[in-house]
Design a protein around this ligand. Structure first.
Ligand code: CP
Length: 315
């Protein structure tokens, strides 16, 4: 594997899942592979899980880690070719990416969507510039339109908890006071489309994801109808795709509560975190034994470890 920015970078999903399970069983087995290797982690946005689980994954593999909040601690980066840099930007990405490649054997980047320019966000402008100018593998720690480590984690968690061979998995939109990117939802759909599951998406009208992501996956606008017989409920807010980045009117009745969960086949509840309690989901759902959000957070380590291990093995 040369980069990990979406499920399209994965040659063999069954193999990658097996590696993640193996890493979970015996986390320190491959420490010899990471010895004297350095992972650089660059954050343009806040993080708890991604930052710490990816660091832990690297430590489990015997790697060294350097982490930088590049938006606060680095020079302001210029992305445009031929820019006359007499304004705010101080360092061109051409130099920054090449310099980082001298220090690191692999670079992780988190750079969220602007939610202002849909074209640039969906072109993955910043991530692609890093890929263009780096000479080491790039791993996405959540980009403008995708969160592949989260999608991989979610698949691993469903594999561990499913009670029958083709569970019904419902991705449900949930309320949030601020506009959020579509990255987690896009990746969840993409990874579930490659899994042995019956995937259904439910959201209010106007919150359609891009058709290139949704493809043939059924969309049910009635949330309670979608929840019927579900085995997994995956809640996530996302802002509108068209017009881009809108939060919508009051849709608080889309919050996940125990009454809605009672419509399901005793479904597990999933969320990538962070979650706003009693806005996205009621306390009682999160505090029930059927909530998997902490198990998901734990699996972030082994998803990241499997990806890093593939890089090390393919080096
Ligand atoms: N789920 C997730 O990516 O969490 P963080 O934003 O805290 O990294």
């Amino acid at each position: 594997m040369k980069q990990f920015t979406s499920i399209k970078d994965v040659d063999n999903l069954t193999d990658l899942l097996a590696i993640a399970k193996k890493c979970k069983e015996t986390p320190y087995q491959y420490q010899h592979l990471g010895k004297n290797k350095t992972l650089g982690l660059l954050f343009f946005n806040a993080s708890l899980r991604t930052r710490l689980s990816t660091q832990k994954a690297a430590f489990n593999l015997g790697m060294q880690v350097m982490t930088m909040n590049i938006d606060k601690e680095g020079w302001q980066l210029e992305l445009e070719e031929g820019a006359i840099m007499n304004q705010q930007s101080q360092e061109h990405i051409k130099e920054a990416a090449q310099v980082l490649s001298q220090y690191c054997d692999c670079i992780g980047i988190r750079a969220f969507a602007s939610l202002e320019d849909r074209t640039k966000d969906y072109e993955e402008h910043l991530l692609q510039k890093f890929i263009q100018y780096s000479s080491v593998p790039i791993i996405s720690l959540e980009s403008a339109t995708r969160h592949p480590l989260q999608g991989f984690t979610d698949l691993l968690t469903i594999e561990e908890h499913k009670k029958h061979s083709r569970p019904k998995v419902v991705l449900t939109w949930a309320p949030h006071p601020k506009p959020l990117p579509q990255a987690v939802a896009n990746s969840f759909v993409a990874w579930m489309q490659q899994a042995e599951v019956e995937l259904v998406i439910t959201h209010p009208k106007g919150f359609e994801l891009t058709p290139s992501v949704t493809q043939q996956t059924p969309v049910v606008y009635d949330q309670e109808e979608a929840f019927q017989e579900a085995d997994f409920i995956y809640a996530k807010n996302w802002s509108t795709y068209a017009p881009y980045g809108q939060v919508g009117v009051d849709l608080s009745h889309w919050m996940i509560d125990t009454a809605k969960m009672a419509l399901t086949n005793q479904a597990y509840f999933m969320h990538c975190l962070p979650v706003r309690r009693n806005v996205v989901v009621e306390d009682a759902v999160l505090d029930a034994p059927t909530a998997l959000h902490i198990a998901q957070a734990n699996n972030r380590t082994y998803a990241a470890q499997a990806v890093l291990l593939k890089f090390l093995q393919d080096d």
